[in-house]
Design a protein around this ligand. Structure first.
Ligand SMILES: *[C@@H]1O[C@H](CO)[C@@H](O)[C@H](O)[C@H]1NC(C)=O
Ligand SMILES: *[C@@H]1O[C@H](CO)[C@@H](O)[C@H](O)[C@H]1NC(C)=O
Ligand SMILES: *[C@@H]1O[C@H](CO)[C@@H](O)[C@H](O)[C@H]1NC(C)=O
Ligand SMILES: *[C@@H]1O[C@H](CO)[C@@H](O)[C@H](O)[C@H]1NC(C)=O
Ligand SMILES: *[C@@H]1O[C@H](CO)[C@@H](O)[C@H](O)[C@H]1NC(C)=O
Ligand SMILES: *[C@@H]1O[C@H](CO)[C@@H](O)[C@H](O)[C@H]1NC(C)=O
Length: 636
């Protein structure tokens, strides 16, 4: 989009007076000569016999025949005007520095331009716009760029640039409004000269290796609207001066090493709409001044070490749509003022130390779609009834002290993700669970359900992840595998039925069931299953993890298991399996973990490439050969 605007600015200036200046033509032809591949013929019109101002695509000139803009980027439009991606490969000619009237240079998104950015570009003293993003340029940002004092937009993102950005470069960009250096491998500190770029509105340094502190001169960038330092290694405190950025709309500092408290001045960022400080080492309380961020829509502070009570001033943030405070050390009660967050769609307070009663005011959160209060010592006892009045799609209340039966109102709820794991739910897995046809994720693991799986379970045609491990469920598992699917929905990713009292045998045709066609992880271990391992498991062509340990299985390990080529982990430990270990299974290409210990297997362990420890084979009296002791003669 930036590129399109850029074209509009310059195309109107292209005039038909003077012919192309000889120096400029030479420079452009020299540029073309270093392009070794141009599949979309972006430079085909650039011929020595034609006039570069009037006949060359992507070139615009001033009235004196000097080139003022060069625009060849990696998006072309087909005959129907549909944009298509293309590329151009080669290196950048230093002759481009001879285009002495050039104001705009856009060679962005050509994917395959490589080599260094020529320092000669710094001779372009009229340059206002320089777009070289999304290529493979390497080396550093040339120190000579300090001469580009008229530059307004500089985008070098998504290249392979490395090294420090010379201090003098930042200091000299007095007119710069937009600076993008993201997605490179630039390192070193952020110099305090950054504060000299008084006109800066966008500063994007994300995904590099910058370290050190944010200099307090950042507070001078009072026109800044977007600041993105995420995914670097920046440390120290977030400077108090950040509060001066009253125009700032977007602030992303996530995945760095910031420490210390959040500055109280945060509250002065009155334009802020997006704020992510997640995955840092921030400590201390959330300053109550946070309640002044009246425009903030997404506030993401998860994965830090923030502590203390949640300030009730958060209730003033009525623009808030998403609040992520998970995985901190917040304690005390959830303030009743949270009920004022009428636009809130996501409330994630999971993995904290929150306790006490939930304020009934939360029932006012009519926009809420995702509620995650998991892993807090809330002592809820029951799934709060007010949730049934909302249209919540994701409900996660793992380990919140819920007891008793599954509440029946769930049967007519809109919930598609339900996690009530690690509670003390008991009684039957009710028949009406079959009415929850929107369910795609169900985690009821670590509870005390003790019944069989009701037949109506088959109606869960959207279900893709099922975790019922560590309950006291009985009867047959077959109803799970025979569950309905929809056209492309409802095929399992993962099924965990381990640590229950299910009876077998495992359905012989398990590998042919529609629900199982793309399963990745299957855990049936620690059940009194009996029977043998079905050959059809070999037909599960996306299966990576197979856990069948401690399940009273007998018979052979079927050779067909070796057809499931994506398997990375197989655990068959502690069964009554007999016969040999099939060579094909042991040599599965991606196999990383394998355990057949404590069975009744016999014979030589087949030669295999992967390294499995002795513990993977112990407890089989008849098994021999590396890594176990050598076989006796009779096995040769
Ligand atoms: C054009 O650029 C090249 C490479 O920087 C340089 O050697 C040459 O002298 C320049 N020509 C003119 C006319 O400036
Ligand atoms: C990035 O630079 C660091 C040194 O600053 C180097 O160790 C690392 O390998 C580089 N990474 C890539 C992907 O080039
Ligand atoms: C479950 O669905 C059936 C059929 O759609 C309906 O008759 C029944 O009332 C529902 N039961 C509950 C508990 O919602
Ligand atoms: C279910 O919840 C438990 C914790 O209560 C967790 O360990 C497990 O990974 C969850 N299952 C899935 C499939 O996410
Ligand atoms: C399950 O679906 C069948 C047919 O779609 C329907 O007759 C039955 O009532 C459903 N059962 C429940 C418990 O919703
Ligand atoms: C296989 O399962 C057993 C029993 O649960 C466990 O002790 C063992 O560590 C598992 N093996 C591997 C390789 O994970």
């Amino acid at each position: 989009m930036i590129a399109v605007m850029f074209l509009l600015i310059f195309s109107s200036l292209a005039s038909n007076s003077e012919p192309c200046h000889v120096v400029d033509k030479e420079a452009l032809l020299e540029f073309k000569s270093r392009i070794i591949s141009d599949p979309s013929k972006l430079l085909d019109s650039w011929t020595p016999s034609s006039d570069c101002c009037h006949h060359w695509e992507g070139i615009a000139c001033g009235s004196n025949g000097r080139v003022i803009s060069l625009t060849r980027n990696g998006v072309v439009f087909d005959v129907d005007g549909i944009p298509l991606e293309t590329y151009m490969s080669g290196t950048l000619s230093p002759y481009l520095g001879n285009l002495s009237s050039l104001q705009g240079l856009d060679l962005s998104n050509l994917k395959q331009l490589h080599g260094p950015i020529p320092p000669e570009l710094a001779k372009l003293s009229h340059l206002r716009i320089l777009f070289l993003y999304s290529n493979k340029f390497s080396g550093g940002v040339p120190a000579s760029f300090e001469k580009l004092s008229r530059l307004q937009s500089l985008y070098l993102d998504n290249n392979q640039l490395f090294g420090n950005v010379p201090f003098s470069v930042f200091a000299s960009f007095k007119s710069l409004s937009e600076l993008g250096l993201s997605g490179n491998n630039l390192s070193g500190g952020i110099p305090s000269s950054i504060g000299s770029m008084a006109f800066l509105t966008r500063l994007d340094l994300h995904q590099n290796n910058f370290h050190g502190n944010i200099p307090s001169s950042i507070g001078n960038l009072v026109n800044l609207k977007k600041l993105d330092f995420s995914y670097n290694q920046i440390s120290g405190r977030i400077p108090e001066s950040i509060g001066r950025l009253s125009q700032l709309i977007f602030l992303d500092l996530m995945h760095n090493s910031f420490s210390g408290n959040l500055p109280f001045s945060m509250g002065d960022l009155s334009s802020l709409k997006f704020c992510s400080l997640s995955a840092n080492k921030l400590v201390g309380v959330l300053p109550y001044s946070i309640g002044k961020l009246r425009n903030v829509q997404r506030l993401i502070l998860e994965n830090n070490k923030l502590s203390g009570k949640l300030p009730s001033t958060i209730g003033h943030l009525t623009s808030l749509t998403d609040l992520f405070l998970a995985n901190n050390e917040f304690s005390g009660k959830i303030p009743p003022s949270f009920g004022n967050l009428i636009n809130l769609q996501t409330l994630d307070l999971s993995r904290n130390q929150l306790s006490g009663l939930l304020p009934p005011q939360l029932a006012k959160l009519q926009s809420l779609q995702t509620l995650d209060l998991s892993f807090n010592p809330l002592g809820l006892v029951k799934v709060p009834k007010w949730i049934s009045k909302l249209r919540v799609f994701q409900l996660k209340l793992a380990k919140t002290g819920i007891k008793g039966q599954l509440p029946k109102w769930l049967s007519c709820s809109s919930v598609s993700t339900l996690d009530l794991s690690s509670n003390a739910l008991t009684g039957n897995l009710p028949w009406w669970i079959g009415n929850m046809t929107r369910l795609s994720f169900l985690n009821l693991s670590n509870n005390e359900f003790h019944s069989s799986i009701p037949l109506a379970f088959k109606n869960l045609s959207s279900l893709m992840d099922l975790d019922l491990h560590s309950n006291k469920l009985t009867g047959s598992m077959t109803v799970v595998f025979e569950k309905e699917v929809q056209f492309s929905l409802g095929h399992f990713n993962s099924v965990d039925l381990s640590n229950n009292k299910f009876c077998g045998p495992i359905d012989e045709n398990i590998g042919e069931k529609a629900s199982m066609s793309s399963i990745i992880s299957l855990a049936l271990s620690h059940n009194p299953l009996g029977g043998s391992i079905p050959k059809s498991i070999g037909k599960l062509r996306e299966l990576e993890i197979l856990d069948l340990e401690d399940s009273e299985l007998s018979g052979n390990i079927p050779e067909e298991l070796g057809d499931a080529e994506t398997l990375t982990k197989i655990n068959l430990s502690k069964n009554k399996l007999s016969g040999n270990i099939p060579e094909k299974v042991l040599n599965l290409k991606k196999l990383e973990e394998f355990d057949v210990s404590r069975n009744q297997l016999r014979g030589r362990i087949p030669p295999h490439k992967a390294m499995f420890p002795i513990s993977a084979f112990v407890g089989n009296r008849g098994l021999c050969g590396p890594p176990l002791p050598p076989c006796k003669l009779s096995y040769r």
